[in-house]
Write a protein that binds this ligand. Structure first.
Ligand SMILES: [Zn+2]
Length: 256
């Protein structure tokens, strides 16, 4: 089992424990977490892999570096750690209210930041982990504006039945990331049935979005198991067969 999106950096995780599953992609929200992810991936080779990226909202208000300087830092981080960095993200557009310790970023700046990271993903041939909150149409427009084919995952897909087609139109290397809310949101089960099986991957978004039966508690990568189980039920397949398909998708997208 592979958790393709977890936050295990210090901001989210007081005590780091090595997750007891086959693999985890570590998502990043800012440059500091990107550096932490690379360090964790190096220390846990073959089990943890790093994504480096900057969230559309400012999750590190004390950071004084310009957007260009931050993008340069990411570029160098990828360049010097190709063995461990497997994705760019999470990045995208998000106009919803920020958390207490975060700062809003103006729309225009979010777009510049997102485009900068799309460019990095193209340069380094890495998939993009897309963060979208009611902004999927705008994100798809941006991705379509590039001549080069992009690849990646729409993390925590919430586009409903309607936008599945739009994501699929981005190309054969785009995937849908499904989280723990699958275990308690009936509507999402219906959406899942319309996503091609070879284009779906699972993620916990730890420490958020904890699945049933631990809903309300802190999430961790091991709980991805409950999302696999729910998916097996929806697909009417054995857990083993489900795991084989989903893990093959994850390994293909992230080249792990
Ligand atoms: Zn996340």
């Amino acid at each position: 089992m592979i958790d393709t999106h977890a936050h295990l950096s210090k901001r989210f995780c007081d005590v780091f424990e090595i997750p007891k599953i086959d693999g985890v992609i570590l998502a990043a929200s800012n440059t500091e977490e990107s550096e932490e992810n690379v360090k964790l991936a190096k220390e846990n080779e073959g089990r943890l892999w790093a994504a480096v990226g900057i969230h559309p909202q400012q999750t590190d208000p004390k950071n004084k570096l310009s957007i260009d300087e931050q993008l340069n830092l990411l570029d160098n981080l990828v360049e010097n750690n190709q063995k461990w960095v497997k994705a760019i993200g999470e990045c995208g557009l998000d106009y919803s209210p920020v958390l207490d310790d975060e700062r809003e970023r103006p729309k225009k700046e979010q777009e510049i930041l997102f485009r900068g990271q799309v460019a990095l993903s193209i340069k380094h041939k890495l998939p993009i982990i897309v963060h979208s909150r009611k902004t999927l149409e705008e994100i798809i427009e941006i991705l379509k504006s590039y001549e080069e084919k992009t690849k990646g995952v729409v993390h925590c897909y919430t586009g409903g039945k309607k936008r599945i087609k739009n994501v699929l139109e981005l190309g054969e290397n785009w995937y849908f990331g499904i989280d723990g809310n699958l275990t308690y949101e009936e509507g999402l089960s219906e959406v899942i049935k319309l996503i091609p099986r070879d284009r779906l991957i699972l993620e916990t978004d730890s420490p958020f979005l904890t699945p049933v039966p631990y809903r309300g508690k802190t999430n961790k990568p091991e709980y991805v198991k409950y999302i696999y189980e729910k998916l097996a039920e929806i697909w009417e397949m054995s857990l083993e067969e489900t795991e084989k398909i989903v893990d093959r998708n994850a390994r293909k997208l992230f080249a792990i």
